[in-house]
Design a protein around this ligand. Structure first.
Ligand code: DQA
Length: 150
């Protein structure tokens, strides 16, 4: 069975209460349960990690190599700062889809740069919870074609 790892970065545990006009009203639990439902429909296995610690995220990516077929990541604030997460994604060579709830390009200038995007397969941003659902569909497709080519 195809396996997907979903990683949520810092402060995403506060969704629901955190700037609902920017990030929407869904809690992280609700997002995960929608992703789980879609994964079930597509018959893929899905695991979740939320961490506000850069090193923990780097380690999870590093150990994904032999256990997951694709990664779906919202690196949150680390998107704009973390060379370590970028290097982990590049090193592990597991197809990665980057997602953001908000349109990072329509916000403050410091959010316009993603250090992750150049090493991700692609990026979905600006669609709220649908960014995750669209991103998961893309990750499943990548994971399935990776399995076929083995
Ligand atoms: C975010 C956008 C980031 O700029 C921000 O730091 C976040 C959330 C998003 O999902 O829109 O924490 O990744």
């Amino acid at each position: 069975m195809v396996k997907i790892l979903v990683i949520h970065g810092p402060n995403l545990n506060l969704l629901g209460k955190r700037q609902p006009k920017v990030y929407g009203k869904f809690t992280l639990k609700e997002i995960d349960s929608k992703l789980k439902k879609l994964a079930g429909k597509e018959k893929v296995s899905i695991k979740f990690l939320q961490s506000s610690h850069e090193g923990e995220i780097v380690e999870a990516i590093g150990s994904a190599r032999n256990s997951f077929d694709a990664l779906l990541i919202n690196p949150a604030a680390y998107t704009h700062t973390s060379v370590a997460i970028r290097d982990a994604v590049e090193a592990v060579r597991v197809p990665t889809v980057e997602v953001h709830l908000s349109n990072i390009y329509a916000r403050e200038e410091f959010r316009h740069t993603s250090l992750i995007a150049p090493v991700a397969y692609g990026q979905v941003c600006g669609f709220g919870i649908d960014s995750y659902l669209l991103g998961l569909r893309a990750a499943i497709k990548l994971a399935k074609s990776k399995r076929k080519s083995k």
